[in-house]
Design a protein around this ligand. Structure first.
Ligand SMILES: [Mg+2]
Length: 265
C-alpha cells in the first residue's frame, strides 16, 4: 500500500467529516491548517445541495475554519453544470430544494417554475419538503419531465443522530412515479472529474476523505482515487465490516488521520 505522504491532493467531504450538524468534529480545523502548512491541494466536496458555497464559508467560519469560496464544490453546482450541457438557458425546471440548488440553477440560466410544464424536476435536500411539493414533482415527471437528483444520501449525520437525507425524498418520488432519478453527485463520476480538474491533480495522487461508503468511498474508487474513510459520521465498524466497498485507509476521525500524517511528515 502506498503512503499517505504520496498524496498531494485531497477531496474532502464535509458532513460527518469536518462537522456533524453545527458541531465541528474535533481536529478538523487543525487538519485543514496542516494541509495548508504542508502545501497540499484540497477541495471541500459535499453531496449536500442545500447551501450555497458562501453559506458553507460562513458555516465553517463559525466553527473556526477559514476557507475561500473557491475551495467549496457542491452537488448543486455539479448538477447545474451538468444540466447546462444538456439544455439551453431559459429551460424551465421544477425544484425541490433549498438555496444551494436554486442559486446554482439560476446562475446557469435556468428558470425555476412552479407548474408541471417543465423539462426537468431537480430534487435536492429540502428540510421544508411537503406533500404538495412531492405531488408537483410527481405530476411533472408523469407529464414527461426528466427526474434529476443532486445526491443519493439516504441520511444526514447530525447531533441528534441520522436524519432523513435527499435519498429519502427521491425514494418518495420514485415510488410515486416508478421513475428512477438520474443522480449527479457522489458516487457518480462527473462530480469527481470536475473536482480533479479544479485541483489540477491526477487521480492516483489524490485521495477522497469521506464518512460514507456508498458515496464518498465507492465514488472515489470508481474515479481511480485513493480513499480514506473516517468513522466520525454515517459509517461505523459493523457497517464497514459487512460492506463490499473497502477504503484504502480507515481512521476514527480527521484527528487520527492528522496524527498519522504528522508522524509520516
Ligand atoms: Mg458525509
Amino acid at each position: 500500500m502506498s503512503s499517505l505522504q504520496d498524496i498531494s491532493a485531497f477531496i474532502i467531504d464535509m458532513d460527518g467529516v469536518l462537522y456533524r450538524g453545527s458541531t465541528m468534529v474535533p481536529g478538523a480545523a487543525e487538519f485543514i491548517a496542516f494541509l495548508r502548512e504542508q502545501g497540499k491541494k484540497f477541495l471541500l466536496l459535499t453531496n449536500n445541495s442545500s447551501r450555497t458555497p458562501v453559506q458553507y464559508v460562513e458555516k465553517l467560519a463559525r466553527m473556526g475554519i477559514e476557507i475561500d469560496e473557491g475551495r467549496i464544490f457542491t452537488s448543486a453546482q455539479a448538477t447545474a453544470l451538468y444540466l447546462r450541457q444538456k439544455a439551453k438557458p431559459g429551460t424551465r425546471v421544477y425544484v425541490i430544494g433549498m438555496d444551494g440548488i436554486r442559486e446554482a440553477l439560476t446562475a446557469e440560466g435556468f428558470v425555476l417554475s412552479e407548474d408541471s410544464k417543465v423539462d426537468f424536476v431537480v430534487v435536492g435536500m429540502d428540510t421544508t419538503v411537503t406533500y404538495e411539493k412531492l405531488k408537483k414533482a410527481a405530476l411533472a415527471i408523469r407529464a414527461g419531465a426528466k427526474f434529476i437528483g443532486t445526491n443519493p444520501d439516504k441520511t444526514l449525520p447530525t447531533e441528534e443522530g441520522l436524519v432523513p437525507g435527499n435519498g429519502a425524498i427521491l425514494a418518495a418520488i420514485q415510488t410515486a412515479t416508478d421513475v428512477e432519478p438520474l443522480i449527479i453527485g457522489k458516487p457518480q463520476k462527473p462530480i469527481f472529474e470536475i473536482a480533479l480538474a479544479r485541483l489540477q491533480s491526477r487521480p492516483e495522487e489524490t485521495a477522497v476523505i469521506g464518512d460514507r461508503l456508498e458515496t464518498d468511498i465507492l465514488g472515489g474508487l470508481q474515479a481511480g482515487l485513493k480513499t480514506i474513510l473516517v468513522l466520525s459520521g454515517a459509517t461505523d465498524k459493523d457497517l464497514l465490516e459487512s460492506s463490499e466497498v473497502q477504503p484504502d485507509w480507515v481512521f476514527e476521525s480527521v484527528k487520527e488521520l492528522l496524527e498519522r500524517m504528522r508522524g509520516e511528515a
